[in-house]
Design a protein around this ligand. Structure first.
Ligand SMILES: C[S@@+](CC[C@H](N)C(=O)[O-])C[C@H]1O[C@@H](n2cnc3c(N)ncnc32)[C@H](O)[C@@H]1O
Length: 226
């Protein structure tokens, strides 16, 4: 599939897939999107946890890993981060992405994120552990009640509908701890309804660009079944 490195509105890079007519990040800003959706409205919701367990769907360029590492440093968090990726980017593509400069990020650490072995937990620094899974999300069975936050960063439902199925949402709901949250950029009514169907409480929140283009946060609320 032909891949092109592009610039988004905040100056940060992204990858465009011509055949799919789909981009890895928002055209309005890859870093802005990552920080607003996944960090501000995802990770930091759980900043009181002694160790925050994160699961990312679609690790791609590793941008959300980078912004999470920076948030961990800034807010003194300890993070256990797992990410799944079915079609990893090429190591040769790393040099064309400008996240290291744009985030003022350690270049060796950026390389390490991508070069560490799949399926083995790695300590990237004292407060951040990363485990990457080279799998298709549909092919794995997640254990119950593992994660505090899920970053759901799949390609859009119009482009890759199978990633937004009821079965996948059921699995992700089970994999969250009680009061765990799933955050995503997609607020389509059909997707929010599906999230509700599997048990989530769903809210729409202001988006990254002056509050426009809303985002979605779904919570696994504690239900007293007594
Ligand atoms: C919107 S991009 C994610 C961007 C990524 N979070 C980043 O910051 O670069 C979607 C990602 O999901 C991956 N993907 C596609 N199908 C998948 C599947 N079945 N299971 C897991 N990952 C998949 C793609 O290869 C791509 O990296």
């Amino acid at each position: 599939m032909k891949r092109q490195i592009v610039r988004t509105a905040d100056g940060s890079s992204s990858i465009y897939l011509e055949e799919m007519d789909e981009q890895y990040h928002s055209k309005h800003g890859a870093i802005a999107e990552s920080e607003h959706i996944f960090i501000q409205n995802g990770l930091l919701e759980k900043k009181a946890e002694p160790v925050i367990s994160v699961f990312e769907v679609g690790m791609g360029t590793g941008l959300n890993v980078m912004t999470s590492i920076q948030a961990a440093e800034k807010h003194k968090l300890s993070i256990n981060y797992e990410a799944i990726e079915a079609f990893p980017i090429l190591i040769s593509e790393l040099k064309d992405l400008n996240f290291v400069e744009a985030l003022n990020f350690d270049p060796m650490l950026f390389q390490k994120i991508h070069k560490t072995e799949w399926g083995i937990e790695q300590s990237l620094n004292t407060n951040f552990r990363l485990t990457k899974w080279h799998e298709k999300l549909q092919m794995i069975k997640l254990l119950p009640a593992q994660y505090d936050v899920i970053y759901f960063d799949a390609f859009a439902p119009e482009k890759q509908g199978e990633m937004w199925s009821k079965e996948i949402f059921e699995d992700l709901f089970t994999a969250l701890k009680y009061d765990g949250i799933l955050v995503t950029y997609c607020v389509k009514g059909e997707i929010r309804r599906r999230l509700k169907e599997v048990g989530f409480t769903v809210e729409k929140l202001p988006g990254p660009i002056g509050g426009k283009r809303e985002i979605c946060r779904a919570r696994k609320e504690f239900k007293d079944e007594a």
